[in-house]
Design a protein around this ligand. Structure first.
Ligand SMILES: [Mg+2]
Length: 255
């Protein structure tokens, strides 16, 4: 069992990278000062973006990275894929890139992203133009379709998401689930909250996500944006200080 007292599994754009420069710096400084942190990035971005980001040296380095909307897993040092964790993803995808591109070649409102991803096909999209049949068509072909931030449409291996891959990582590392805090801001983060781990929807979250997590007792809605929302959530889930209020809210997490 790893002794991490805070396992922060955070989205990047709009979340860990969101908020003002000052809010980001404050969060990164606080996290860097902790010796009980296990940091995991969970992002829609690919390895090249993450490598450039880490080279900037402005933030704490994650121990693990779940990339490509949950379809890749890297160690945080060399950013090498972790084969054991990617195997079930590759197995479900079955090299479907060309098949998916052909399936959706004539769909309105989709523009193929130029990068060749390994286990997904992703589009920039105009949601106003999308066919109502798009997601059923993708699902009928054996995949999941995910519309996020009103800008992105991802075709993913069936059942694979940021949340499902994080669950497998947490299990593989034998981590204490009660120490996990997930953070996100768009619909591709919904699966993180559906894991049941404690989580924060940061203040700049897209309205569809805010609606979707409203009834989830494990999710804290911060009013603060991005990095400041994460810091807010770490305080929120901290056990109440000793005093008359300490029994009012049983501590779920003890960071
Ligand atoms: Mg985001």
């Amino acid at each position: 069992m790893t002794v991490a007292r805070l396992i922060l599994a955070t989205d990047l754009d709009g979340t860990f990278l969101g908020g003002t420069d000052e809010q980001r710096r404050a969060l990164y400084r606080d996290l860097q000062a902790r010796d009980d942190l296990l940091l995991i990035f969970v992002t829609g971005r690919d390895r090249d973006f993450i490598a450039r980001l880490l080279d900037s040296g402005e933030m704490p380095r994650p121990r693990y990275v779940i990339g490509d909307v949950g379809t890749s897993v890297f160690d945080g040092t060399a950013l090498e894929p972790i084969a054991a964790l990617e195997a079930p993803i590759a197995e479900r995808w079955r090299g479907a890139n060309a098949r998916v591109r052909a399936l959706l070649a004539d769909e309105p409102g989709l523009r193929l992203q130029p990068t060749a991803f390994r286990y997904r096909v992703s589009y920039d999209c105009d949601p106003r133009l999308l066919s109502a049949d798009l997601i059923p068509k993708v699902e009928a072909a054996g995949f999941d379709g995910l519309l996020s931030a009103d800008r992105f449409f991802d075709v993913l291996p069936r059942g694979i998401s940021k949340g499902s891959t994080l669950r497998r990582l947490v299990a593989a590392l034998d981590l204490d689930a009660s120490r996990v805090l997930v953070a996100g801001d768009t619909m591709n983060d919904l699966s993180l909250f559906q894991t049941g781990f404690n989580g924060v929807a940061v203040g700049n979250s897209e309205p569809r996500l805010v609606d979707a997590v409203r009834a989830m007792p494990n999710v804290f809605n911060s009013r603060l944006p991005g990095a400041a929302g994460i810091a807010d959530a770490i305080r929120h889930f901290q056990p109440a200080a000793q005093g008359p209020d300490s029994l009012a809210r049983p501590p779920v997490l003890s960071f």
